[in-house]
Design a protein around this ligand. Structure first.
Ligand code: ATP
Ligand code: MG
Length: 393
């Protein structure tokens, strides 16, 4: 029955003079999301509304599924367009619509009409009242509830007349790319894909960097990260994933620094390298999956030590989240099954039995001086040999 969708968006509405930029970005993202869908679609913007109209046969569920991943959409309303052939015909169209969509008529309803085309011969109050009576006559088991109706029946008088009542929730957020670009430190764990998803949801385009330590970490571990980048890209658009060979740097730190400080010093080098790639690629900040107190390297003191090497902003969207809250989002975005695959990540190989939980910044800086001889060269080699994988759906 449905061939069209009315797309509702929330926050974009408050962007004042720039509003059209956000609307245009949303239209672009919707087009992009539907490209791989079966069928042809016309995506258009009219009078502060975005419509998706199928031009050919299409798969309803697949289309909705894709639209549900487009940031900036707050609701997806399947809508029926009928020709204006008089009010009596409209009443019949509406009862036909209700018959089709709600097999169980034991429901309350309210009619809301909008007369966007002003030459329509009735005003919106009269339209609503007339349709309400027609519905009650056709379906005596239905009743009107103006405060808390089961069905909010929308009638919009435009070129054609639009009838809709269902709102499928969208993901919210802002259209991808309207908020600049950030570099996500993406590991194979549960947290960082969720962090990337959350920042992308605010309209930020995501690039990613993964620190790989062959042969201590396997090809399968790397493939897992590529798969997680793909999960993020289903929402955020194509992800440029930089893979850094981190082995020699890790071994050198292992050789020169106290083992209980390995993780912190390693994390400082990850941040430095990520920052360098970020600056070369136009990213305005780093994103990590850190959360206070989750592990030794994420105490306030450890975060201070890690943050110390960064001069661009580090965004940590999960900072105050409990693990279970993170797991819930991970499941919602379909990352969880991949994240829990048991492949080693580069941090677990080199972790000390008793890592420092309250590192002293001065001490860490001093111990890093042990690396002076070779570290710059190793970092440069890691950057020179990085691999770029473009990940998209
Ligand atoms: P995650 O579940 O995201 O792996 P985690 O709880 O295992 O997080 P850590 O291993 O301490 O936490 O890492 C903290 C953050 O550092 C991660 O969320 C991620 O952003 C980044 N990170 C850790 N290891 C890597 C890696 N090998 N490559 C890229 N980023 C990493
Ligand atoms: Mg990890």
């Amino acid at each position: 029955m449905y061939k069209s969708f009315l797309i509702k968006y929330a926050e974009i509405g408050v962007k004042g003079k720039n509003r059209y930029l956000f609307e245009d970005a949303l239209v672009q993202q919707i087009k992009y999301a539907l490209k791989k869908c079966e069928g042809e679609f016309l995506v258009s913007k009219a009078q502060g509304r975005i419509y998706v109209d199928a031009q050919t046969a299409f798969d309803f569920d697949e289309t909705v599924e894709r639209l549900r991943r487009v940031f900036g959409i707050s609701g997806i309303c399947p809508v029926v367009h009928v020709e204006d052939e008089g009010f009596e015909k409209l009443c019949r169209d509406v009862t036909d619509y209700l018959n089709e969509v709600y097999p169980d008529k034991n429901k309350s309803f309210k009619v809301v009409s909008r007369r966007a085309r002003k030459n329509y011969p009735m005003d919106s109050m009269t339209i609503s009242a007339g349709i309400g009576s027609a519905v009650l006559e056709a379906f005596p088991e239905m009743h009107v509830d103006v405060h808390n109706p089961d069905i909010l029946l929308n009638i919009e008088i435009r070129e054609k007349i639009h009838i809709y009542s269902e709102i499928i929730p969208g993901p919210g957020g802002m259209p991808a790319g309207t908020g600049g670009k950030a570099m996500l430190l993406l590991s194979g764990g549960i947290d960082s894909p969720v962090a990337g998803y959350m920042i992308a949801k605010r309209g930020v385009k995501i690039d990613a960097v993964y620190f790989h330590a062959p042969p201590y970490t396997s090809e399968r571990a790397k493939q897992k990260v590529v798969d997680l980048a793909r999960v993020v890209s289903r929402y955020a658009g194509p992800v440029y994933l930089h893979v850094i060979n981190f082995t020699d740097i890790q071994l050198y730190i292992y050789e020169k620094c106290p083992h209980e400080e390995l993780t912190i010093i390693m994390r400082r080098y990850m941040m430095r390298i990520a920052q360098q790639i970020a600056e070369e690629t136009g990213c305005l900040g780093l994103v990590t999956g850190e959360s206070i107190g989750q592990v030794a390297s994420q105490t306030m003191q450890s975060l201070t030590a890690t943050n110390d090497v960064c001069h661009i902003p580090v965004y940590r969207p999960l900072i105050a989240f409990d693990k279970q809250d993170i797991v819930d989002i991970s499941m919602k975005i379909d990352a969880y099954e991949t994240s829990i695959l048991p492949y080693e990540d580069c941090c677990t190989i080199f972790v000390a039995k008793h890592p420092v939980t309250k590192p002293n910044l001065g001490v860490i800086r001093r111990h890093e001086e042990n690396l002076a001889e070779k570290i710059d060269e190793l970092v440069q080699t890691a950057l020179d040999t990085k691999e770029l994988i473009v990940v998209s759906e």
